[in-house]
Design a protein around this ligand. Structure first.
Ligand code: PHE
Length: 527
């Protein structure tokens, strides 16, 4: 092929060849051009009906190094026969020095079998005066044609590692109905001028390529935590839960701790465990919160639409002084049948602002609100919480909690266990085990362990319990309305589901955006 400046224009070269010949085979005309390039050129011309082509799939046979040596020097059996002929007779012992160790070993047997030589005592002597080296002949033929049509011999040569087999695709090309020696200039846009001057009638429009793939869309992607969150929300919504308004990360000690009957000396309220806000450091006493109230009413209304329960009248204003006094009383001296913690309860401590350490702060707010119209209710939330913890591979100072709360008359601990079995079963966690635990706001409390079908091991998955009367009764909830709740981190099931072992690969500045973009949606029950 002539040398050219710049890359070859295969499309034009194909037209040039066809101009001289009515058809050709690409293997012969373009032996050095990669098949994909030929194919691209032919498709370009084919889509314009300038050429037509058929595809030829051929099997190619290639010689190994050993086979090439045989082509050049002869087969081992031939070398053995030749050595015997040259010497007249030769001892078996001396053969390797004449023909090489490898040929002596392989060639002797074949030469005997072909009846070219025979044994005479310790000597090898000639039988055939003239022989035909068939093996060499076959290989030479393959070398010349890259083909072998005898399947049995081919299999035999492959087994002896003398040949390998490959595929070659070539095309037989002929002129198409719109053949020309050049690709005509193609119009890609129909313009107003073309319509006005009539040139559209003779214009050569570029054909659409309906097989072209669209350009990759640099679209946004949901973070794995958001995908798992969506899955959890579905599970909750499917069971009639209403989502709690969790948009305020900053809350008072009151809702985060005191309303939950967490004593003010509790280690969780230490700066080691909780982030306190310095500016402003405190909030007002609890009072009506129109923003949260509105959000909650809207969510309950949409849930009502979903489950078709009748609309509830707007609850009457709450008596916060009574609630405040009762929280103080139940901490300091005890009330509602409880003996209390018996310490001096500090209003200042209670009003300090904190980054909420759990979403149970929001559950407490929703439950005190429920007291205005006590009824069965199911609430859930999935949102961020903050703990002043040492950061390591599995802990960050902020994470997400999934929390569910169920209020109803006559609830029992067994009911909670049954509910949790159902709930976690939907996440692919079976055979739950419950371990007695302690929370200031629940009694009894249970840690939840589950057997993970994917990981094939027991994993701690959450915390749960029946909320204490010391928490519910100051809110004004009736004695026979029981409430149980449970919480777990969103990160844990996400890490399990996506096989992430370091939390910093999931959250924060070191996260690989490719990981976020390429991960599939989840079904937590499908592992
Ligand atoms: N607040 C608990 C935690 O942070 C979870 C929990 C919620 C426990 C509700 C019992 C009831 O682990």
């Amino acid at each position: 092929l002539p040398l050219r400046d710049g890359p070859r224009n295969i499309t034009q070269e194909v037209l040039d060849v066809l101009d001289k010949k009515s058809s050709f085979e690409t293997g012969a005309e373009f032996p050095d051009v990669p098949q994909v390039e030929i194919k691209a050129a032919l498709d370009r011309l084919g889509s314009r009906d300038m050429v037509q082509y058929d595809t030829n799939d051929t099997e190619l046979v290639f010689l190994t190094d050993e086979a090439r040596t045989i082509c050049a020097e002869g087969s081992p059996e031939f070398k053995v026969w030749e050595a015997v002929r040259r010497k007249g007779k030769i001892t078996i012992k001396d053969l390797p020095s004449e023909v090489g160790a490898e040929s002596a070993k392989v060639g002797q047997g074949n030469a005997f079998r072909n009846k070219w030589i025979k044994k005479d005592g310790e000597y090898l002597v000639l039988v055939a005066q003239e022989v035909e080296d068939k093996a060499r002949g076959v290989l030479q033929q393959i070398q010349a044609t890259k083909a072998l049509h005898d399947a049995k011999t081919l299999a035999d040569l492959k087994k002896r590692k003398l040949v390998t087999v490959g595929k070659s695709i070539t095309y037989t090309v002929r002129k198409g109905p719109k053949f020309a020696t050049e690709v005509p200039v193609e119009v890609t846009d129909l313009t107003a001028e073309m319509i006005a001057d009539g040139s559209w009638q003779s214009a050569n429009f570029k054909p659409y390529n309906f097989k072209a793939l669209g350009a990759a869309q640099n679209a946004g992607a949901l973070h794995p935590l958001n995908k798992v969150r969506a899955e959890f929300r579905n599970i909750f919504f499917n069971q009639g839960f209403v989502e709690m308004p969790t948009s305020c990360y900053v809350d008072t000690g009151f809702w985060n701790f005191d309303a939950l009957y967490v004593p003010q000396q509790h280690p969780a309220r230490d700066v080691q465990d909780t982030f306190f806000i310095s500016d402003p450091p405190t909030a007002d006493r609890p009072r009506d919160n129109p923003a949260a109230e509105e959000a909650m009413i809207a969510m309950e209304a949409s849930a009502r639409k979903l489950y078709e329960t009748p609309e509830k009248p707007k609850p009457k204003p709450r008596d916060y002084q009574q609630y405040w006094d009762d929280v103080r009383a139940v901490h300091e001296d005890g009330k509602f049948g409880s003996i209390g913690y018996r310490y001096k309860w500090s209003e200042d401590e209670c009003l300090r602002l904190v980054l909420r350490t759990h979403t149970t702060a929001v559950s407490a707010w929703c439950l005190h609100r429920l007291a205005e119209d006590p009824r069965p209710a199911r609430y859930f939330s999935i949102d961020r919480v903050f703990r002043n913890e040492t950061v390591d591979a599995t802990h960050l100072a902020e994470f997400h909690q999934v929390e569910g709360v169920i209020a109803d008359f006559g609830l029992t601990l067994g009911g909670l266990m049954r509910f949790l079995e159902d709930f976690f079963g939907k996440l692919g966690l079976k055979d739950l085990r419950f371990k007695p635990a302690y929370n200031p706001y629940t009694e009894p409390s249970m840690e939840i362990f589950g057997y993970h079908l994917g990981l094939k091991k027991w994993v701690e998955i959450g915390n749960s319990g029946m909320f204490r009367p010391e928490m519910l009764e100051p809110m004004g909830l009736p004695k026979d309305l029981r409430v149980y709740g449970f919480g777990l981190s969103l990160e844990r099931p996400t890490m399990i589901r996506y096989g992430v072992s370091n939390i910093r690969d999931l959250l924060g500045h070191k996260v690989d955006l490719g990981f976020v973009e390429n991960n599939a949606a989840v079904r937590l029950d499908k592992v």
